[in-house]
Design a protein around this ligand. Sequence first.
Ligand code: FAD
Ligand code: MG
Length: 352
Amino acid sequence: MGKMGRSAAAVLFAAAVCAALFFLLHTAAPQTSASSESFRLGTYVRLSVYGSPDPKRLLSEADDAVARLESLFSANIPTSDVARLNAAGGRWVQVSDETAALLEKALSLAELTGGAFNPAIGGIVKLWKIGTPEARIPGSGEISAAMPFTDYRKIELRFCVGAAEARIPDGMSLDLGAVAKGFVADILKEKLKAGGAKSALIDLGGNLDVLGPSPKGGAWRLGLQLPWGARGEYFGIVEASDVSVVTSGPYERYFEKDGVRYHHIIDPETGRPADSDLSSVSVIGPDSASADALCTALYVMGSEKAAEFLAEHGDINAVLLKAGENKILVTAGAAEIFRPARDSFSVERIGP
Ligand code: FAD
Ligand code: MG
C-alpha cells in the first residue's frame, strides 16, 4: 500500500470509529425529553415532556391537538363552533363533542359561581375590545343594550344520536376565553400521559398544568407572578406534583385612559371591568378547566365574596393577592403547598 493509500485507510478507520461511537452513544442514551413553543390561543403555548420514548413526536401531536381545539373554540375563527353558534341567529347548530363537553362544563361553572364566570359575556367583551388596538370605553347606553343578551341560562345543549347540538339566543355572543385554555390543558395532559410521558409541563400563558413529579424528582416549583413586578418576579411559589395552577389578574390585558386602568375581566353584573380589591387569583386543582373559570370568577367577586364562596366550597384551593397590599389570602389546602417569596408578605387563612 502506498503513502496515499495508508492515510486514506487511516481516515476511513477514524470515520468508522466515530460512526460506531455516535451509534453507541445514541442507542445507549436515546433522547427522552423535548420542549416546544408556539403561538396559539392568543398566547405562547410552551410544552416540555420528560421520560417519553418519542418526545418530539408527542409534542408534534400535542401541537396538532391545540391547533384543532383552537379551530373549534376561537370566537375569532369564522368556521369555529363558537363563531357558528354566535352567527346562527338563534338556530340549533351541530357542534363537536369537545365543544359540547366544554359548553357543559362552562354552564355548570357559571351556575356554581352565580354567574361571576359567565360564558355569555361575549357581547360586552366585544364592546370594550380590551387587548386589541381598538380598545375603547363604550357608552353606558351600549352596555345596557348588550346586557340582556348575557343570560347564560338561555344556552341550550342537546345530545342526539351520534351528534351534539347547541343553541344560543339571537344576539347572544359566547366567549370561552376564561375557560377554554384550561380545558385545552386538561386534554393535552391526558394526551401526553397516554403517549408515555412520565413528566410534563404545559404552560398556556397564565395556565400552568404539570404531569407527574418534576423531572429532577419531587415536587415542581411553580412561581406566581408578582403583578407589579418584572416578568418572572414571583410573590410566591407553589410546590406540587400532578396539578394545575391557573392565575387571573388585571395586569396582563388592559389599557389606560385619563389615569384609569380598564382591564379585561368583566363584572357580568355591571358590564364593566370588575372593580376588584384583588390583583391576582390562582386556583390550584386537578382540573384545569375548572381552575381557569374559578380564578376569573373569584377575581370578579373580590376578596370578601371570594372568601365566603371558598368557605362554602372547601374542595377549592386558591391563593389571592390583595391589590396595593402585601397581603396574601390562602385556603387550607393551598397553605400546605404555597409559600410567599418574601417575608414582607403576610399570609392569612381563608375558607372553612
Ligand atoms: P381569564 O380571566 O381566564 O379570562 C378573561 C377573558 O375571558 C377575557 O379576555 C374575556 O374574553 C373573557 N371574560 C371576561 N370577563 C369574563 C367573565 N366574567 N366570565 C367569563 N369570561 C370573561 N387572544 C388574542 O389576542 N387573539 C386571538 O386570536 C385569541 N384567540 C383565542 C382562542 C381561544 C380558543 C382562546 C381560549 C383564547 C384566545 N385568545 C386570543 C386569548 C383570549 O382572548 C384571552 O386573552 C384569554 O383566554 C384570557 O385568559 P386569561 O388567562 O388572561 O384571563
Ligand atoms: Mg380564567
